[in-house]
Structure formats: C-alpha cells, structure tokens
Design a protein around this ligand. Structure first.
Ligand SMILES: Nc1nc2c(c(=O)[nH]1)N(C=O)[C@@H](CNc1ccc(C(=O)N[C@@H](CCC(=O)O)C(=O)O)cc1)CN2
Ligand SMILES: Nc1ncnc2c1ncn2[C@@H]1O[C@H](COP(=O)(O)OP(=O)(O)OP(=O)(O)O)[C@@H](O)[C@H]1O
Length: 189
C-alpha cells in the first residue's frame, strides 16, 4: 500500500479510539519513562506536544522536566517544509494553537541547531516498522531535521502501530526505538 493509503488507515484507526483508551495509553507512556534505556536526568531531550489522538500528553513533558531533562519542543517554520525550529519547554508557560491545530510553546525559538545537543528525541509517528522506518504526517519535517543528529530516536506510537514493514524512501531516517504504552521501549533495526 502507498504511504498515503497507510497514513489514511492509521489516522482513521486513531480517530476511532475512545477518549478513555487514549488517556489510559497516555498514562502508561508516562510510567514507561521510568524504564528508559537512556539517561534522562541532565540530558537535553526532544519531544512534542500531542494533538488530537496522537499518543502522549503534556504530563509526559512535565515528567521529563521533573526527571531533570531540558525538554525541547518543535516549532514549524513559516512557509514550505524546512528544518524544525525548537523552543525550551517551560511547564509554567502557555502553549498556543498554531498551523494545522498544532500546540506550540510561546517562547522565543532557539534555532534549528538547538536540537543538535539532544541525546534523545521522542518523534511523533503514525507507525514504525521493525527496521525503524517511520511513517509521519507526510510533510518531511522530521526527516529534514534529524538527519545529522547523534541522538537516540524514539518513535512514540500505539502498540498496533509497530508493524513488520512500511514502505521507505531514501531520505527516511531510521528510528532506533519504538515507545508504546503496552510494550515500553523496544529496539528496532
Ligand atoms: N504534535 C506534533 N507536532 C509536530 C508534528 C507531529 O506530527 N505532531 N510534526 C511532524 O512532522 C511536525 C509538524 N508536521 C505536520 C505536517 C503535516 C501536517 C498536516 O496536517 N498537514 C495537512 C496538510 C495541510 C495543508 O497542506 O494545508 C494534512 O496532512 O492534511 C501537520 C503537521 C512538527 N510538530
Ligand atoms: N531531507 C530531506 N530533504 C528534502 N526533502 C525531504 C527530506 N526528507 C523528506 N523530504 C520530502 O518531504 C516529503 C515528505 O516526506 P515523508 O513522506 O518521508 O514525510 P514524513 O516523514 O512522513 O513526514 P513528517 O516528518 O512531517 O512527519 C517528501 O516529498 C520528501 O521528498
């Protein structure tokens, strides 16, 4: 199946999840952080603010910060897809509704290079396969952003979204890990 067809299928399935299912999953993901195979305390960690039925929560970001991480959140640049910009997450400051319904922090962006010092990046995905191929939303923001990073790349997905094989493109950056509510951190590749 084409990437577009797969995107539609995984998105539809997410749209059918109940609120209770999503909230349970979000709480499980928070608990999984205590099992992280990498250090969080003292590290710079990339993460994202989930919108709609994306897995995760603002609480997940708060716990990362409580565990001692500096949390960077992506900001979509104006215009055509280009590398993501980054803002440090401050639990006490507000998130603003932006393009495509995304929630982004209000603070001043640190620049596209800010993510270079991250040791772990939690990456939003619709699905990921056993080799680490990630299915994103199809604008290519993350592939343009993480191609030079040495960070551990963790695709955050629901359990049924870790699949045997997805169609890959040469520009796709492989994920090293999947994080799911039921399975925790799983190595890929
Ligand atoms: N929570 C969250 N933040 C994120 C991402 C994400 O997947 N989740 N991104 C992950 O990359 C980046 C944003 N990427 C996005 C790419 C496409 C669309 C989107 O809805 N596109 C429309 C097309 C709209 C149009 O062209 O006017 C669509 O697909 O229907 C949204 C976000 C950065 N921040
Ligand atoms: N490093 C890159 N340089 C230039 N173009 C790129 C790069 N990575 C991806 N693209 C382009 O971006 C578009 C979307 O790519 P792809 O389908 O892999 O998106 P995605 O990873 O699913 O999306 P996202 O990262 O926004 O969640 C494609 O047209 C692709 O050619």
């Amino acid at each position: 199946m084409s990437k577009a067809g797969l995107r539609a299928d995984f998105s539809n399935r997410r749209a059918q999840m109940t609120r209770e299912f999503r909230e349970n999953a979000a709480e499980q993901l928070v608990k999984r952080l205590s099992e992280s195979p990498f250090a969080i305390s003292g590290e710079t960690v990339g993460a994202y603010v989930p919108v709609g039925s994306e897995p995760g929560s603002v609480r997940f970001l708060d716990i990362l910060a409580e565990l001692g991480a500096t949390v960077l959140l992506p900001v979509v640049p104006d215009g055509d897809p280009a590398p993501l910009n980054w803002v440090a997450y401050d639990p006490s400051s507000s998130l603003e509704r932006r393009r495509w319904g995304l929630l982004e922090p209000a603070g001043g962006p640190l620049g596209v290079d800010a993510i270079d010092i991250a040791s772990v990046i939690f990456v939003p995905a619709l699905a990921v396969d056993a080799a680490g191929v990630r299915l994103g939303r199809g604008a290519g923001y993350y592939d343009r952003t993480i191609h030079r990073t040495a960070a551990e790349l963790v695709a955050v997905v629901y359990d049924h979204e870790v699949v045997d094989e997805l169609p890959g493109d040469p520009h796709d950056i492989p994920m090293g890990w999947a994080l799911t509510p039921g399975g925790g951190f799983r190595r890929l590749g």
